[in-house]
Design a protein around this ligand. Structure first.
Ligand SMILES: CC(C)(COP(=O)(O)OP(=O)(O)OC[C@H]1O[C@@H](n2cnc3c(N)ncnc32)[C@H](O)[C@@H]1OP(=O)(O)O)[C@@H](O)C(=O)NCCC(=O)NCCS
Length: 215
């Protein structure tokens, strides 16, 4: 499923026009992203510009409640930029269901990195970067990233995207596409200065930025 289809699907679900009664299993593609023998991505500690530290690790099913909490702490603007639909009055059951699905990662065909901070003695997810493989091995993977508002602007997004790209390269993937609105200076700034070659195209208000991971 490409990004435009994803956006349309999210839009239909958010407006209740296509809300499923039960959560259908996500069909697996007919190939697997090789999981590296030694996975150097998790956990790593990132130091932010304001001296805060977060640990990055792979998401696990036990993170579902943390993803729900993260969602409710995102501003309307951040939700819009990540999910492409206004999610002010979203159904809480839909949020829980989606979080469960997004936490139940199949490492053979998905990578989801969580940046975790310890706050008030609780482990909280403050950012997530992820990609899911497409239906065929030669298609591009679709990457996405979100950082909780009170952690934005401190260098977390840049570092996390670097880790995501590293994970994609380790799996031999050649391209990663990120969809964004045209007026998203933060993600555009990050991508421009990352040093990874990229191409862009623009359709129906959405920028498609394709990172060329092979160099
Ligand atoms: C995009 C996003 C992940 C960036 O995360 P972040 O932790 O703020 O990223 P960083 O701090 O590493 O870098 C962001 C850069 O954009 C710059 N920036 C942010 N807003 C800006 C603006 N309005 N104009 C110009 N630059 C801006 C920041 O100053 C920073 O640059 P700097 O390091 O030179 O100061 C975060 O803003 C976010 O979650 N946005 C909502 C979801 C989203 O847009 N996802 C991308 C599409 S899937």
């Amino acid at each position: 499923m490409n990004g435009t289809q994803t956006i349309k699907r999210v839009l239909r679900r958010a407006t209740g026009r296509d809300r499923p009664k039960t959560v259908a299993p996500v069909p697996l593609p007919d190939y697997e992203i090789p999981v590296p023998e030694a996975e150097p991505l998790a956990p790593v500690t990132l130091k932010l510009r304001d001296d805060r530290r977060v640990n990055v690790r792979h998401i696990c099913p036990e993170d579902a409640d943390r993803l729900v909490e993260l969602f409710w702490r995102l501003s309307a603007d951040t939700r819009w930029r990540r999910f492409f639909v206004p999610l002010d009055n979203v159904d809480s059951e839909l949020v829980r269901r989606t979080a469960r699905r997004m936490a139940a990662i199949d490492r053979r065909c998905e990578v989801a990195l969580a940046a975790v901070a310890c706050e008030d003695g609780h482990e909280r997810i403050v950012a997530v970067a992820r990609f899911a493989c497409p239906k065929a091995a030669d298609e591009t993977v679709e990457g996405s990233i979100v950082v909780r508002d009170d952690y934005q602007g401190a260098g977390l997004g840049s570092q996390l995207l670097h880790l995501l790209i590293r994970a994609a390269r380790m799996r031999g993937l050649r391209t990663m596409t990120i969809f964004t609105q045209g007026d998203n200076p933060a993600i555009l700034t990050i991508i421009r200065r990352m040093g990874v070659p990229y191409t862009t195209s623009f359709a129906t208000g959405v920028y498609e930025i394709t990172l060329h991971l092979a160099g």
